[in-house]
Ligand binder design. Structure first.
Ligand code: SAH
Length: 341
């Protein structure tokens, strides 16, 4: 059966016409799903019973089941969802002063193999469909009874390895007649799939692009992130410069600081050299040690020194707040534990 959440409004109009229904039915359905946030076709009370029955035969609502929900002491909530085919994914809801942010997954598992990330070592199963990406936002909004204002594609998976579905999901999430989450409030993070960075630049979307950089030379980066063997730092920077030129938007570079690996002042110096003059921002992440992982968190003192060096040398850098660490909801910690339990 088809998932009704795979369709943007214009596509749903086509679907209704194909079913021999009036086009305006699509807008009614779209509003029930994304504005009223109902879960069953039978709740669409302005549709005839016949039409509701017809819809039930054609489509599912794809309502994720919450397998587990954990709340951290800082209010961060981690959801483990049953995606209805026996697989599970996680989404994390974080509270910031500017609103609620959801961190969504784009794939079940990940192929990138970054050495410091908890998604590594777990089998890649498949990419999520666009409806399954959208459903994470809807399911959390339904659960909390409130609106989510920001979305980050920083959960499990590599969003640019599921490019088309991620783009389609963004367009549905954007729709003003639906959830109406503006592109400016959506961030996509990539480990550096260079051809997709060019493609994304050409979309000229208002989303924020984050690049997981983590090291300043190929030797170090390849050790941490195998993707660097495919697209090295020089190629990555070239793509980033193209993106900035094309969109005039600032890139956010993520740099996870690991003790005695990439956190000394020499690394900071190299980072300044690499990013000098670029329209960008550096997001420093205290690395979260994963089970059996080689990388451990830098000392607070080193993290602050690193940030101060960047700021003093013309690179805007901030340290990312660690949310949800007591429930394993912090960066890179998703999924592994839940699978073992
Ligand atoms: N695949 C995408 C998005 C998912 S990861 C990407 O690589 O960008 C989101 C961010 O968390 C990335 O910057 C990633 O490098 C970082 N991350 C992963 N594991 C981490 C860990 N153990 N500690 C800190 N950051 C981590």
């Amino acid at each position: 059966m088809k998932n009704i959440k795979e369709y943007n409004l214009d596509e749903l109009q086509e679907e209704m016409l194909a079913l021999g229904e009036k086009k305006y039915r699509a807008e009614q359905i779209f509003k029930w799903i994304y504005v009223e946030k109902i879960k069953e076709f039978d709740e669409m009370t302005n549709l005839s019973i016949e039409l509701r029955e017809k819809l039930k035969k054609e489509y599912t609502m794809c309502n994720f089941k919450i397998l587990k929900k954990q709340e951290a002491s800082d209010g961060t909530k981690k959801y483990l969802f049953d995606v209805l085919d026996g697989n599970a994914i996680e989404s994390v809801l974080m509270e910031y002063h500017h609103g609620k942010t959801i961190c969504v997954s784009s794939q079940i598992g990940c192929k990138m193999g970054c050495k410091f990330c908890a998604s590594t070592g777990i089998k890649f199963i498949r990419s999520l469909t666009c409806g399954e990406i959208v459903e994470q936002v809807l399911a959390v909004e339904q659960d909390i009874g409130d609106k989510i204002s920001n979305i980050v594609f920083m959960g499990i998976g590599e969003p640019f390895d599921n490019y088309e579905n991620v783009m389609r999901a963004i367009k549905i999430l954007n729709n003003q007649k639906g959830l109406n989450i503006g592109a400016r409030h959506i961030s996509i993070s990539t480990s550096g799939l260079v051809p997709m960075i060019y493609k994304f630049a050409d979309e000229e979307l208002q989303c924020t692009l984050s690049i997981s950089l983590h090291a300043t030379n190929d030797e170090k980066r390849s050790k941490m992130m195998p993707i660097n063997n495919r697209y090295n730092i020089e190629e990555l920077m070239k793509a980033c410069k193209y993106y900035i030129e094309k969109t005039n938007k600032r890139i956010s570079f993520e740099y996870a600081l690991a003790k005695d690996n990439n956190d000394n002042l020499n690394d900071a110096k190299e980072l300044v050299k690499l990013l000098k003059g670029m329209l960008c921002h550096v997001n420093l992440i205290p690395i979260n040690k994963i089970e059996n992982g080689d990388y451990v968190k830098s000392t607070n003192e080193n993290i602050i020194k690193f940030r101060d060096y960047l700021n003093a040398n013309g690179i805007v850098a901030t340290i990312r707040r660690e949310l949800g660490s007591d429930i394993d909801a912090a960066c890179g910690q998703l999924r592994r534990k839940s699978l073992k339990e």
